[in-house]
Ligand binder design. Structure first.
Ligand code: NAD
Length: 488
């Protein structure tokens, strides 16, 4: 890694001295060693960052008033600087949270630039204004104004992509942003700041203040923030929603999940095993949308259990920086304890462990858990209801499609999911019945152009696609003079 010890914060377009004295030590998930540190943000830093973002937003000739074209050009420069740092970004993410490097290269190194380009082009091509002929009277000019200063709070699991799911549409809309990364993954956020400086992003348009939940709460409630965008746990999302409700502050919430991977009775899972892995166990099980409940027809139950068990048992668990690794360590000791406590709970409730669940014997450092599969899981059991956020799958039997739909929809969550069948039309018909923000057919992969988000306890609002841009805009109607020629 290049520079990994930082003693300043990116606020107001430059490195500035932090208000506090403490720092956040960053550890390697694989070796537990300290690999870097950044200043721990305090309230005064959040105040300074919001003030800088506010000043940038208020600037009469500034970012919010630039043409979409000009903003898109600045975003392109930012994208290019991020791309130039792509390999280092992937390495930092991988070291910090255990993401296998091959995946980090595929997602974290490239998605930020892709998102910046997608949203830059979207506003450039579609513009921000639309003249609508009147339904009953004169015409209206609908102007999509930026909502203002955005407070963005993100988790550690896919830190760069999730950050840019917020930053890219916010910047394209004309908003300015204060980002609070999770303390586990800060080194990649500081590399992002280096890229922003190199790209000449105007002062205050993006600011980064790292810290924990309390600092996040301060940002969410800050009087200078106009819009909150949060990705994280349902528990924290609920608290944030309460704050934003009291303040009447718009908020986007991307929260937890317990999605179903529904195997229909004609599916050839073995032939699709790589896609099935990506939909259920990617990133060491640390992705919100993963289908961690595998629903299997009773007519082929043994088959499915064997295939899923063989998959989990075959995965290469190891150093996340090794390109051949399929499953790395969990992000922290706390997260490993959490996952292990769910494995213990599954055993205590009588679910049948078919593979994994222990710590790899060839490693004495790092927060590793061997991928675990439970069979014969009652859909009411804890491991079938609560989000574990680790490599633990629960295989649940069902009798017919009606029961499969009921089980798939039988949790508080509704974020992702997948349906597996030899007949894509049959699977698509099933997907329509799943109460969730997104469902994949014979794979699961979200797309920058299509809305992503949750229902029920999985969240409110959508990211990606034009819907993701709309979250950072306030439409304003200017009812044109009915007697003027332009109004007709
Ligand atoms: P978390 O909620 O503990 O923390 C997420 C972020 O919020 C961190 O930056 C944290 O410091 C901050 N935070 C915590 N409490 C806060 C509060 N009261 N006010 C403001 N900020 C606060 O979640 P985590 O354990 O870091 O991440 C894992 C969770 O994130 C899982 O539940 C996962 O499903 C969810 N997640 C959801 C999506 C999605 O798109 N729906 C994507 C990734 C992760």
């Amino acid at each position: 890694m290049t520079r990994t010890r930082y003693d300043e914060l990116y606020i107001g377009g430059a490195w500035t001295a932090p208000a506090g004295r403490e720092s956040i030590p960053v550890h390697s998930a694989a070796t537990e060693e300290e690999v870097g540190s950044v200043p721990l943000g305090v309230e005064a830093d959040i105040d300074a960052a919001v003030e800088a973002a506010r000043a940038a937003w208020d600037d009469p000739g500034g970012w919010a008033r630039w043409s979409p074209q000009r903003r898109a050009e600045a975003m392109e420069r930012f994208a290019a600087e991020l791309e130039a740092r792509g390999e280092e970004t992937a390495r930092r993410v991988s070291i910090q949270n255990g993401m296998p490097i091959a995946l980090a290269r595929r997602i974290e190194a490239t998605a930020p630039a892709r998102l910046l380009r997608y949203y830059g082009n979207l506003v450039r091509e579609r513009g921000l204004e639309e003249r609508r002929p009147g339904a009953f009277s004169g015409a209206t000019l609908v102007v999509r104004e930026p909502v203002g200063v955005v407070g963005a709070v993100v988790p550690w699991n896919v830190p760069q992509s999730i950050s840019f799911m917020k930053i890219a549409p916010a910047l394209a809309a004309g908003c300015t942003v204060v980002l609070k990364p999770a303390p586990e993954t800060v080194l990649d956020a500081f590399l992002m700041a280096e890229a922003a400086i190199a790209a000449g992003l105007p002062a205050g348009v993006l600011n980064v203040v790292p810290g924990g939940g309390e600092l996040g709460a301060r940002l969410v409630a800050h009087p200078g923030v106009d819009k909150v965008s949060f990705t994280g746990s349902t528990a924290a999302g609920r608290v944030i929603a309460e704050t934003c409700g009291r303040l009447l502050r718009p908020v986007t919430l991307e929260l937890g999940g317990k999605s179903a991977a529904v195997v229909l009775d004609d599916a050839d899972l073995a032939a699709n095993i790589e896609r099935f892995f990506a939909a259920t166990l990617l990133n060491n099980g640390q992705i919100c949308y993963l289908g961690t409940r595998v629903l299997a027809p009773r007519s082929r139950y043994g088959d499915v259990v064997d295939t899923v068990t063989a998959l989990a048992a075959s995965l290469v668990v190891g150093d996340p920086l090794d390109a051949g690794t399929q499953l790395g360590p969990l992000v922290s000791a706390r997260q490993r304890d959490r996952v292990e406590s769910y494995i213990a709970k599954g055993l205590a409730e009588g679910d049948r462990l078919t593979t994994g669940g222990g710590r790899p014997t060839d490693r004495d450092r790092g927060w590793f858990v061997e991928p675990a599969v439970f069979a014969d899981v009652d859909p009411r059991h804890t491991i079938a209801q609560e989000e574990i956020f680790g490599p633990v799958l629960a295989v649940i039997p069902y009798a017919d499609e009606a029961e499969a739909v009921a089980i798939a929809n039988g949790t508080d969550y509704g974020l992702g999911g997948s349906v597996w069948s030899a007949d894509p039309e049959r699977a698509t018909a099933f997907a329509r019945k799943v109460h969730s923000g997104s469902v994949g057919v014979n794979h699961y992969a979200n797309d920058v152009g299509a809305p992503f988000g949750g229902v029920r306890h999985s969240g409110i609002g959508r990211e990606f696609g034009p819907e993701g841009l709309a979250a950072y805009q306030q439409p304003k109607s200017i009812y044109l003079d009915p007697s003027a020629a332009t109004a007709r």
